[in-house]
Design a protein around this ligand. Structure first.
Ligand code: ADP
Ligand code: ADP
Ligand code: ZN
Length: 216
């Protein structure tokens, strides 16, 4: 299975992909997480990317396509993967098609999680992320068992700088203008499914599984 998980920032892509990756044994490829990890490790690429990310801007297509290309060429991505947060522009979607063509591969499903703007804002403002493993929590909707501490690894939870209101507004505008058009790009292929993200974590998950069953 080669799955692409789409949706506005805060839609629940990361939360759903954590579970999908475990249940279906997929290789998780999250460009946002790759940039944050490179920054945690003080890699120049990560430090540079963070300047854009913190302001809520996109990292350049050139840099982003290159890290995805390298990642897709690793053996663990050959059979099945889940892409979360990529592609985010039509240029990236075209670049991904070229990469997959070269690898004689193609996408199985494009899942688009649909949520309204109010929910996006609530979800992003209350989001807390583990510094060590990247797991995401929410102050009200998914609180950790111990305040400020990751259930899975005990790591420290923090609020992403780009989850501050100013960056959030910027990211939503960019989503509308640059990322949403990708939905039309995939619409004609018969592998795109919209999933109602305005439900509980487990209801969204069940709907994603149903959608995967239809196309996979
Ligand atoms: P979100 O929770 O908003 O979906 P992500 O963790 O996917 O956030 O991405 C965080 C930030 O990393 C984005 O706002 C953007 O700055 C950068 N980023 C992630 N993926 C891409 C991409 N495919 N192209 C350009 N920038 C990206
Ligand atoms: P994305 O990767 O799309 O930006 P996340 O998975 O990080 O989104 O979710 C954003 C925030 O919303 C997190 O704090 C998460 O715990 C919360 N969240 C995700 N899905 C739901 C849901 N179905 N109901 C309530 N809160 C949710
Ligand atoms: Zn953790």
């Amino acid at each position: 299975m080669k799955i692409l998980l789409m949706g506005p920032p805060g839609a629940g892509k990361g939360s759903q992909s954590e579970k999908l990756v475990r249940d279906f044994d997929l290789t998780s490829i999250s460009t946002g997480e790759m940039f944050r990890e490179a920054n945690r490790n003080n890699e120049p690429l990560g430090v540079e990317a963070m300047k854009f990310i913190n302001k809520g801007e996109l990292v350049s297509d050139e840099i982003t396509n290159e890290i995805v290309r390298k990642r897709l060429l690793k053996p663990d991505a050959e059979r099945c993967f889940l892409l979360d947060g990529y592609p985010r522009t039509v240029e990236q979607a075209k670049a991904l098609d070229e990469m997959l063509d070269e690898m004689k591969s193609k996408l199985t499903a494009v899942i688009n999680i649909v949520v309204d703007k109010q929910a996006i804002l609530e979800r992003m403002v209350g989001r807390r992320v583990c510094k060590s493993c990247g797991s995401s929590y929410h102050l009200s909707f998914k609180p950790p068992k111990v305040n400020g501490q990751c259930d899975r690894c005990g790591g420290e939870l923090y609020q992403r700088e780009d989850d501050q209101l100013e960056s959030v507004k910027n990211r939503l505008e960019i989503y509308e203008s640059k990322t949403k058009p990708i939905i039309d790009y995939y619409a004609g292929r018969g592998i795109l499914r919209n999933v109602n993200g305005m439900q509980s974590f487990s209801e969204v998950y069940e709907d994603i599984k149903k959608a995967l069953g239809e196309v996979a």
